[in-house]
Design a binder for this molecule. Structure first.
Ligand SMILES: *[C@@H]1O[C@H](CO)[C@@H](O)[C@H](O)[C@H]1NC(C)=O
Length: 400
């Protein structure tokens, strides 16, 4: 055996004895359980656990005695048999954990874990106002070669290149939902993932336009679709120019209320106590009221949301476009006049036809009598009178 071969054998034997190092990725707050040796054969005489070379505790499994060490994790770590349990891991618990001892047969045992605590953070908060910025971080503590990647709520699409940070400069409603930080080992296998829900808060955007009849009422909608965890400090409605609020609300000891002092007499709202609905109704709308109206909601921390709409004032319409039958017009004359004219003409034509026919019959009778003056004709032999023409036939005859 060459010296290099001997070295290889020694290394392999050492690895087999120590069992190598097991790498763990755990979310902050998770329970971590680390076993000493194999689960099946962990019948030990005594073991000691060290965190980054500092003693956590030494357990005499035979007699049941425990000696606590000075490692920070010792305060919360619990011995379970010869295992070490951390009920809720923190970033500071990251590091190398080594268990060493003697098993029941007197053999040395050694087990090593490399623990990485993974944590997700969102700034400024996981509830974000629409169009504002947010940064998502996914940190793997310790000296890790794992690949970190954020996945968008839609799931399939990867957000940008791999990296532990995602910065959105101006969030939209599409950014709301569940984001996932995926951690893969060097072999590309997913070892851990952490979900983070982002809530996007926005005022209702539509309708962009409200139409009100002159003298009528206009409802100017402004509300949050859902109650939000952010604290609303105040807000109000303003004409785009001048920018002064014509109605405001603000937080008092008892909650969010409309201010009574500066309310125009024509503005009303149903609730005095405000939660999500800042809709106002403008009564007796005038032509001068038309224009752009802006609703503002101010949140804690100086952040605010705005929504605007365009108020259109409609004057009364002319009767010409009325839809009732009597008001319809053809060539500038009301339809009912055309119908009257048609009815009268029909009666007149019929009368004319009847007069013409009666006149003709008289003439025909006179003709027969004149033609046979010497042969007196018996009344019964007279040819039958012409069949009285049908009404429609007469009409045709007249028009031919
Ligand atoms: C908001 O309040 C108005 C009355 O001021 C009401 O008509 C409207 O339906 C409310 N909107 C919502 C979404 O609750």
């Amino acid at each position: 055996m060459s010296s290099s071969e001997t070295l290889l054998w020694i290394t392999l034997a050492l690895c087999a004895a120590t069992g190598g190092s097991e790498v763990l990725y755990k979310k902050r707050g998770q329970v971590v359980m680390m076993y000493c040796g194999d689960v099946d054969t962990r019948i030990t005489n005594y073991v000691e656990w060290k965190h980054n070379s500092v003693l956590v505790f030494k357990i005499n499994t035979k007699r049941g005695g425990i000696i606590k060490g000075s490692a920070a994790v010792a305060k919360k770590a619990k011995p379970i048999g010869d295992s070490l349990k951390i009920p809720s891991v923190e970033a500071g618990d990251t590091g190398i954990y080594i268990c060493s001892g003697v098993d029941i047969n007197g053999n040395q045992i050694r087990k090593e874990y490399k623990l990485h605590v993974v944590s997700v953070s969102v700034s400024p908060s996981d509830t974000v106002l629409i169009s504002s910025g947010v940064t998502l971080r996914c940190d793997v503590e310790g000296d890790s070669t794992a690949q970190v990647q954020w996945k968008k709520p839609s799931g399939a699409e990867h957000h940008g290149s791999p990296g532990n940070t995602v910065t959105l400069k101006s969030v939209t409603l599409a950014d709301a939902g569940q984001w996932t930080c995926q951690i893969k080992d060097n072999g590309g296998k997913e070892v851990e993932k952490i979900e983070q829900v982002i809530t996007v808060v926005g005022l209702l955007q539509s309708p962009a336009e409200v139409t009100a009849p002159l003298g009528g009422a206009a409802q100017l909608p402004c509300f949050l679709p859902d109650p939000v965890s952010l604290r609303i400090m105040g807000g109000g409605w303003a004409r785009e120019a001048p920018t002064d609020h014509f109605v405001t609300f603000s937080r008092k000891v008892s909650g969010l209320h409309w201010k009574d002092t500066d309310i125009l007499s024509r503005v009303t709202f149903n609730q005095q106590e405000l939660t999500t609905n800042f809709t106002v109704t403008l009564e007796n709308v005038q032509l001068a009221d038309a224009g752009v109206y802006v609703c503002t909601v101010d949140f804690d921390g100086g952040r605010s949301l705005k929504t605007q709409l365009n108020l259109m004032v409609e004057e009364e319409r002319e009767a010409a476009v009325g839809s009732s039958f009597g008001e319809k017009r053809v060539l500038g004359v009301a339809l009912w006049v055309w119908f009257a004219v048609a009815a009268v003409s029909f009666i007149l034509i019929d009368l004319a036809v009847i007069i013409v026919i009666k006149h003709r019959r008289k003439k025909r009778r006179t003709f027969f009598v004149k033609r046979t003056p010497r042969q007196p004709i018996h009344r019964t032999e007279w040819p039958p009178p012409l069949p009285r023409p049908e009404h429609s036939a007469v009409n045709i005859y007249v028009f031919m």
